[in-house]
Design a protein around this ligand. Structure first.
Ligand SMILES: Cc1cc2nc3c(=O)[nH]c(=O)nc-3n(C[C@H](O)[C@H](O)[C@H](O)COP(=O)(O)OP(=O)(O)OC[C@H]3O[C@@H](n4cnc5c(N)ncnc54)[C@H](O)[C@@H]3O)c2cc1C
Length: 312
């Protein structure tokens, strides 16, 4: 119940433009500013530096240029151009070639055809340069259209390309069959968005049970799945399932978010597993940051402490 209330509260705050502007002014100001715990910085060089740090600790990376819910095609075009520049910068920097993108950042709310066109531009630049591109999954309003776009482009031959499925949604069991049937790579997450009872489990225990079920199917039937969670119980179950079914550590990877459970990330690397860290960066970090606070209200104390120690 508290889980749900806190998620709702932080989702509401995330939509506030005034708070967003205020936070943007202060949250990234100094190396010690509060948002830097979860966001690598506002610029491409900062993201590349963070990626180098993560790689130096024996982990893999995916970079996410933050931005979502753009409201006109000019913004969507600008985001697409920025992504193409990010691809070129990553290639020049010699870090791992892996990015995550959101379809509403490419204009999905404004015009579906334009969003597809923009995604294609990114895939066209990324593919020949040896990148893997993952479409992040947004709220349930976008699940159907995201999977439809993914499947269409997959059938057009874009195969260094993966999608995300959310255990919280009832429909995910079916969607997993579809994506496994294509032979595409899935990142399995619990789901970061506040969803209605009609489409999603509401209790944490039910989401966890669904995650465990889907994870087992994915690990057995899927292609190089990503088990994206910080939950030690789910991670323990994945390791046990792999042992019991003779799935070597090269058959799947764990994924975690930048700044979350760094201890667990390091422990898994030391145990011989592949860990990929999702590194978000960019000026539009406020909604992403609020989702992280909503997942763990204890993070609010961390923010308050860092604001107090960061004054002036
Ligand atoms: C690589 C990656 C990519 C993701 N991509 C998407 C996506 O495309 N779409 C989507 O809807 N969601 C995405 N998510 C978010 C995901 O849906 C969850 O909201 C998030 O991972 C928290 O759930 P959990 O599985 O870690 O488990 P939880 O049960 O929420 O948490 C388990 C434990 O992890 C730690 N923890 C979890 N979150 C935090 C936090 N914010 N701060 C500090 N500690 C924390 C705590 O110790 C907590 O007890 C992604 C997550 C990861 C790791």
């Amino acid at each position: 119940m508290l889980d749900r209330a806190s998620k709702t509260f932080f989702h509401l705050v995330a939509q506030s433009r005034t708070l967003g502007k205020l936070a943007s002014r202060f949250g990234m100001r100094k190396p010690s500013s509060f948002a830097r715990r979860f966001i690598a910085g506002e610029t491409v060089p900062e993201a590349i530096e963070a990626a180098r740090g993560v790689q130096a600790r024996g982990m893999k990376i995916t970079l996410d240029l933050l931005g979502e819910s753009v409201t006109n095609l000019d913004e969507a075009d600008a985001a697409t151009r920025q992504y193409v520049e990010v691809i070129d910068a990553i290639a020049r920097a010699g870090i791992e070639r892996n990015i995550s993108v959101k379809l509403t950042q490419l204009g999905l709310d404004v015009d579906k055809a334009s969003a597809i066109d923009n995604l294609r531009k990114i895939l066209e630049r990324a593919g020949p340069a040896g990148f893997f591109v993952r479409i992040d999954m947004e709220s349930s309003a976008y699940t159907e259209v995201t999977l439809e776009i993914f499947e269409t482009l997959w059938r057009h031959g874009y195969h260094e390309f993966g999608v995300v499925l959310q255990a919280a949604l009832y429909r995910t069991e079916r969607d997993l069959q579809l994506v496994n049937g294509l032979g595409a790579r899935v990142r399995l997450v619990k789901g970061a968005y506040q969803e209605p009872k009609a489409v999603a489990h509401q209790k944490k225990a039910d989401v966890d049970a669904a995650y465990a079920r889907l994870m087992k199917t994915l690990m057995t039937d899927g292609r190089y799945p990503a088990i994206a969670t910080h939950d030690p119980v789910m991670i323990g179950l994945a390791r046990q399932w792999a042992r019991e079914h003779d799935l070597g550590a090269d058959r799947f990877e764990f994924q975690m978010l930048y700044g979350v459970r760094r201890d667990l990330q390091a422990m898994l690397v030391a145990a011989g597993y592949t860990v990929r860290v999702y590194i978000p960066f960019g000026r539009q970090w406020f909604p992403y940051f609020m989702r992280r606070l909503g997942e763990r209200p204890a993070n609010v104390m961390f923010v308050i402490r860092s604001i107090l120690s960061d004054r002036g």
